[in-house]
Write a protein that binds this ligand. Structure first.
Ligand code: SF4
Length: 364
């Protein structure tokens, strides 16, 4: 593809091969750079990237203040620091963050829906509204962004981890080995492919002396990360949960694979009662076949942090009955129509009596 992204464009998508080529001859070897003032600037930017990746809230600034090459280098250094820390969850979060960031820059290239100026607003667009850069990136990730269909094998590979029901193959129109893709879904599939590719490359093999050199910056990251995990992985109070949710948790703990409906009901419920994404993943970690990366991705999708912004609500009792998830109804169940109502009433009840449900069975 005969297109040369500008330095500014490369700085927004630092994982592109051309971005890496661009900085190759600008900086000295990392062990030398780290001793320089410029190295400190880049390291600080890298640490900001990591802290954003670990943050519960995502916000992206597309009009950078720093030099393009520093921005690109910070992407590399953040991945090197993460590789030295050697934590699988950190790799997952970093890859997801970079993919979401890329998605944001793709959709905001010429402006946002709320009237913000695009970071690349003067780029030409083709008749379908795609810039040369967006086509270039899609091409690098082997996606034809201008096409309204995708080969079945590619689609299955990309969409398999996506939780959203609209991506399930049974809900797609498949014709002659191709899956139809709506225009607004193309960047979402591209985001997923970017995430997978970025995650696949981690961790890097970093020489021990370089990790030791990075220790002073990696240690505080590790500490903050561990504190965050400890804080968020704290004890989960499930006493006020309704019987259906307790049953799902019990099934999870005893190694039963939850159905799609079961996972959806449990995740949306515990998210609605205030459990954060990491704690939800922690709950799923009780399952013997726990896959952190897959779980985090699905959980973030359901809870609206996966880029679509759609936050799903837990199903009401009627829907739970339809899917066979309503079990062991108790006295309170007869008076409510939603598992969340059960939880609210039970909590209030527990606060009043200051007793656990075990010593205060189903009386309201
Ligand atoms: S009645 Fe509602 S709250 Fe009670 S077990 Fe069934 S679905 Fe859950």
């Amino acid at each position: 593809m005969d297109f040369r992204p500008s330095a500014k464009e490369l700085s927004h998508f630092p994982f592109l091969k051309k971005a890496q080529d661009y900085i190759k001859d600008i900086f000295p070897p990392l062990e030398v750079l780290l001793k320089q003032e410029r190295g400190k600037i880049i390291t600080d930017l890298a640490l900001t990237r990591i802290s954003h990746a670990l943050s519960q809230k995502r916000s992206f600034i597309s009009h950078f203040q720093q030099r393009h090459e520093d921005e690109i280098a910070s992407f590399v250094v953040s991945r090197i620091i993460a590789s030295c820390i050697q934590d699988k969850n950190l790799f997952d979060r970093l890859a997801r963050y970079e993919a979401e960031r890329a998605y944001y820059f793709l959709v905001s290239e010429i402006g946002t829906e709320n009237g913000e100026r695009g970071w690349n607003e003067n780029t030409p667009l083709d008749e379908e509204g795609y810039s040369p850069l967006s086509k270039y990136i899609a091409n690098e990730f082997r996606i034809n962004i201008s096409s309204d269909r995708m080969p079945l094998a590619d689609y299955v590979e990309i969409a398999a981890p996506l939780h959203d029901a609209r991506f399930k193959l049974v809900n797609r129109r498949v014709q002659q080995g191709y899956v139809e893709i709506k225009k607004e879904e193309r960047y979402e599939l591209l985001r997923e492919r970017i995430r997978v590719f970025l995650r696949r490359d981690l961790p890097f093999k970093i020489p021990k002396p370089l990790c030791e050199q990075l220790d002073p910056v990696a240690e505080p990251v590790k500490k903050v990360y561990q504190e965050q995990m400890l804080q968020q992985f704290g004890a989960i109070d499930e006493d006020a949960f309704p019987p259906c949710m307790k049953a799902l948790i019990l099934a999870l703990t005893s190694g039963t694979n939850l159905t799609h409906a079961g996972r959806f009901a449990l995740t949306t419920f515990i998210h609605a009662v205030g459990m954060d994404v990491i704690s939800i993943a922690r709950l799923y970690a009780r399952s013997p076949d726990f896959d952190a990366e897959k779980t985090m991705y699905q959980v973030e999708h359901i809870t609206g942090r996966g880029g679509t912004g759609t936050e799903y609500s837990p199903p009401a009792c009627a829907a739970m009955m339809t899917t066979g998830l309503c079990v062991h109804q108790d006295g309170l169940c007869e008076k409510i129509s939603h598992p969340l109502s059960y939880y609210k009433v039970r909590k209030k009840d527990m606060a009043k009596t200051k007793k656990t449900p075990e010593t205060n069975p189903n009386v309201i």
